[in-house]
Design a protein around this ligand. Sequence first.
Ligand code: IVH
Length: 669
Amino acid sequence: MTNPKLEIQSIRKQIEDHNYRYYILNDPIISDGEYDSLFRTLESLEQKYPDFVSIDSPTQRVGNKPLNSFGTLAHRIPMLSLANAMNQDELKAFYNRIMKQLDNKSIFTFVGEPKLDGIGVEVVYENGQFIHGSTRGDGYTGEDISLNLKTIGAIPLILRNHKLPPPKLLEVRGEVFISKSDFKQLNSIREKDEDPPFANPRNAAAGSLRQLDPKLTAKRPLSVYFYEAGMIDGHTFDSHLEFLTVLNKWGLPTNPYINECLDLDSLIQYHEKMESIRNEIPYEIDGTVFKIDHYPTRGILGTRSRSPRWAIAGKFQAQQATTVIHEIDVQVGRTGALTPVAKLEPVFVGGVTVTNATLHNQDEIDRKDVRIGDTVIIERAGDVIPKIVKVVSEKRNKDSYPFIIPKQCPVCGHEANRFGDDVVIRCTNLSCMAQLKGHIEHFVSKLALNIDGFGEKIVDQLVDKSIIKNIDDIFSLSVDIVANLDRMGEKSAKNLIEAIASSKQTTFARFIYALGIRNVGEHISKVLEKYFLGDLDLFQKTTQEELENIDEIGPIVAETIIQFWSDHDNISMVTHCMELGVSFEKIQLPEHQPLKDTTFVFTGSFDQFTRVEAKNMVQKLGGKATGSVSKKTNYVIAGPGAGSKREKAESLNIPILTEEEFLLLVKSF
Ligand code: IVH
């Protein structure tokens, strides 16, 4: 195709069609890779012909600029909530009320829907174009989260024109949520990145929609189902089922479990069915919703101030139960976290028998005053590990006794510590069996040594068979050993060993990141690389004070680094890696090096540059900036507030420069 405008339009249409097949028909006909490549073609065409970029192009889903705050959007029709039916009797009462209100005259049927446990939103389309979207807020006004909603692939930017063209105005309401499996994956990534995990999928969805930077929202696996109308101008529907069918045709996803319910019995049946399959559904639901199908009948029934008379939410039985704690075990996770787990008298709750419940950490045990022998109420929320809600204090047994998490790792016996404000106690031994798998996975991961083909299954086998006892054992693996693992052939074994060998030529920053020192992520590793200029020896011998003097490194990061190097096992593991051939790319020093072998210390505050900028200026000229004053220091640059370092420089007769003098010196080269 030679006309770029037509080509761009054609690719956009193809992408929209593929979205429709994927999100609505559940029947994609191309692979993710093919879809990505189509997307990239569109991106590059639009880059070449920027005049043809339009706001509803699929490339425009992720905005560039973060917001300072969310604006507000009024709902033209209030977003009401639902009255609850807590049990069958209340569901019957709802049905009878409606019958009475309709004078036993009209025939009425219902639509049964799962009650999705996510975040209610409203999206507004004008002539089929996404205009904006908002949260429910107080029902009358919500937050303008348009930019974040646009990042969700399942929300079309343009509605499909499927025989029935989209109306002039369509306000459509639905629930944004994160599936159970996406939630697990999201939390495991967060754990790896040392971000606090979300408590449940609902919180994860809420947190994701409330990001001021839409780029961050775009990274979250958000899904959506639409289930109600706001204001519609340009088309009238007779019934809810008809509305939902047309939504689908326009490209708006609706829930596949929605069903027509003709009478009270079928309401009850639908509710029971949904409750019984609740755990098999790939996302969290916390009940059912029953709505009158026929719109004019809804109009007769009307609404109360906060909820419509024509709908009700059927609540599921609380997934709680009472049981007894027989014991408290301590489990060690892949990050070394010691987690207390209550061993319970088995109890049937929410469709499964529960024998364990997490107690999270010592603070939680103390706050809830949980003791071994106590009778407790436990709760199960979907796939989340059951937790202890509270102790039934009236039933406290006189023999019950408190529990304190030991200071030793129960797996390797190594010391376990709490760092800074962290509520979690962690085993500090990198080679602890329980942690080893996690550490290896991190060590070989993309941003670390990036060893291709070193998947979780291989790690598990190598550790379980005690072939790898320490991280450095990775470098002693041979083709023979690897080829003997399950599902490993000679060829893939060879590839893996080659990948391991070539990973040895790495960078200081990657290696430091690979060590998985707590709080030392990808960025801090780069900060350390810049400061220590790839000198592992200097890094190993650093002090808390020196580290704290490095810009962007605070006392907690400094403490964990010092703790890491104070452990002999860690030192010998790192030394062994170097002996086995790990080496770092040379840090490129500038050619013009008038400050070679010159060491600076910056102390106090400065007006014209930050510490990082000052350090960069020095490094660009071949010099070095360190944190503490010693005989080796050549200049101390002192700003207001300089204290002991200035005194030390004076006592050692080291020249002390002001901020201005330093700038003059730097500019003189
Ligand atoms: S209909 C007037 N349908 O439940 C009816 N709501 O308590 C308005 N929800 O804020 C809502 N699944 O966020 C409806 N299938 C469903 C739903 C559902 C979940 C949420 C929604 C609403 C809350 C009402």
